[in-house]
Design a protein around this ligand. Structure first.
Ligand SMILES: C[S@@+](CC[C@H](N)C(=O)[O-])C[C@H]1O[C@@H](n2cnc3c(N)ncnc32)[C@H](O)[C@@H]1O
Ligand SMILES: Nc1c(NC[C@H](O)[C@H](O)[C@H](O)CO)[nH]c(=O)[nH]c1=O
Ligand SMILES: N[C@@H](Cc1ccc(O)cc1)C(=O)O
Ligand code: SF4
Length: 453
């Protein structure tokens, strides 16, 4: 039976029995000394830092501040004083999904999208033309990247050949989560067609999470590398490492039993890298998991990066709990506390000694805490996104976009240097806080005029 008290994450339940517990024999001071000396941290060190030690109940404020300070110093050594962000658009193609993740309120039951359904719903599927237009408009306004993540629509397949394979199953719906696209009011097109539609005007296309790649491969024995290569040929430039949640199967079994497991997630990421794509990595935390799960997740990401070197940034996603099944069913009583968010960012910076950039996500944290986290080890402040559905539908309230003027004001206010970046950080441009107006210049059609007017 898990003991809830010492170090158990706030908002997490005390009724789920996990094999992994958030306790360690490593002394806090030893772990901190290793972190300050730049030594590679073990999982035990990570647990000691993120819990502020097993010898204290809950989080010790003084110890926490010392962890944050060590992480802030490491950030300055690794990337200096620049705070980056990207001029990007979020374009979710469809919310139809049957996977049933208990932390997610983005999804809408796929059956409601069928032509003969009478159920009213707030979901959407964009046609290829609609996707193309929304991306083209954003590229005209100056974005350099489009991020696109979507529900696992049963009518979606990689291409026509994949449709044929899926149709040939005896019971496509139950065998491979497939229904013919003609059955839906708005057919979603194929993944390949979607990539072509969104890859317009030289924009960088960041899409196809490991879970989406699995969906684009279901019912076949192709490698992930093959699937990602075909997507890349159709315009895909990089892959988002979402769907990671917590990369420990005993946690996935509770919060997303319908999702691929840890090993499959890693295989998909390695396939994307083998196909030549840079990737991001994420962690969604602050629900049922404990601190050891968080550190085990970091360890899996660090090993993946040791093998690939392709992770451009690590993106901690603090669980937005308000309108989710986990909260509504009483499985959790809230999300991470401020202190847990701070320690998560700081320990990510210290533990991930092979990932240069740690993101502070304003859409999850808001501006005030987002800025604070830039002093706890983070150096990237996400992107303009222009539109947001995942967090909003879960009950988040920090809005859907940030302008370049907002970014420059906020980053200058904390004494750091605002920098526009590309997805892969290969292109970075310092912004002049006195320029007026200040807009993006890295996108294929960007000319310094603001994105939003
Ligand atoms: C909504 S899914 C869309 C892409 C695809 N269906 C998948 O699961 O990979 C993208 C990610 O959003 C994040 N997410 C979903 N609901 C969230 C919530 N309530 N709070 C924080 N992040 C959330 C999860 O990390 C999830 O992997
Ligand atoms: N943190 C969130 C992101 N981050 C992704 C970035 O905006 C960008 O696409 C990435 O850094 C690659 O350049 N996106 C979201 O939609 N929601 C977040 O919470
Ligand atoms: N779509 C994810 C965030 C995300 C997208 C792309 C990334 O590379 C990283 C994170 C969310 O809103 O939770
Ligand atoms: S997280 Fe992704 S796979 Fe899970 S229910 Fe939401 S949209 Fe579907």
């Amino acid at each position: 039976m898990l003991e809830p008290a010492s170090g158990a994450a706030s908002g997490s339940p005390d009724t789920i029995e996990f094999d992994h517990v958030p306790e360690t024999d490593q002394a806090f001071e030893n772990a901190l000394a290793k972190a300050r000396d730049g030594e590679r941290l073990s999982v035990e060190d990570g647990v000691a830092l993120i819990t502020t030690g097993s010898d204290v109940d809950g989080i010790d404020t003084d110890r926490k501040e010392r962890v944050l300070e060590a992480a802030d110093r490491r950030r300055a050594e690794v990337v200096g004083e620049e705070v980056t962000f990207v001029a990007n658009l979020n374009n979710n193609v469809t919310t139809a999904c049957n996977t049933g993740c208990l932390f997610c309120n983005f999804k809408d039951t796929a059956a409601n999208f069928e032509s003969d359904s009478n159920v009213d719903h707030a979901g959407f599927t964009k046609t290829l033309d609609e996707s193309r237009e929304v991306v083209r408009d954003a590229v005209d306004r100056g974005v350099s990247e489009v991020t696109s993540v979507s529900g696992l629509h049963p009518g979606l397949a990689l291409d026509d050949e994949h449709h044929e394979i899926l149709r040939s199953f005896d019971n496509p719906a139950s065998d491979v989560n497939y229904k013919p696209p003609e059955q839906y009011e708005t057919p979603p097109g194929t993944y390949i067609e979607q990539m072509r539609a969104m890859s317009v005007g030289g924009v960088h296309l960041h899409s196809m999470t490991p879970e989406e790649a699995y969906h684009a491969n279901r019912g076949t024995d192709r490698s992930y590398e093959t699937v990602y290569r075909r997507l890349a040929d159709a315009g895909l430039d990089s892959a988002p490492g979402t769907a990671a949640e917590i990369l420990v199967d005993e946690v996935r079994d509770v919060i997303c039993p319908g999702k691929i497991d840890t090993g499959e997630w890693i295989a998909a990421m390695e396939g994307a890298v083998a196909a030549g794509l840079p990737v991001t990595a994420t962690m969604m935390y602050g629900h049922v998991e404990n601190e050891r799960h968080r550190v085990l997740h970091l360890d899996r990401i660090r090993r993946l990066q040791d093998r690939t070197g392709a992770i451009t940034e690590f993106v901690p996603l603090s669980f937005i709990y308000q309108q989710t099944p986990l909260y509504e069913r009483g499985i959790v009583s809230g999300g991470a506390s401020d202190a847990e968010d701070e320690l998560l960012i700081a320990v990510s910076r210290l533990f991930l000694d092979n990932v240069d950039h740690i993101q502070s996500s304003w859409v999850k944290f808001g501006d005030e805490k987002g800025l604070k986290l830039l002093n706890c080890g983070a150096d990237d402040f996400m992107g303009t996104i222009l539109s947001e559905e995942i967090t909003k539908r879960a009950g988040g309230s920090y809005g859907e976009f940030r302008s370049f003027a907002d970014y420059v004001d906020m980053i200058s206010a904390i004494g750091r240097v605002p920098v526009e970046r590309s997805m892969d950080y290969e292109e970075c441009r310092r912004l002049d806080p006195d320029a007026n107006p200040v807009g993006p210049v890295l996108g294929p059609r960007a000319d310094g005029t603001p994105l939003l007017s």
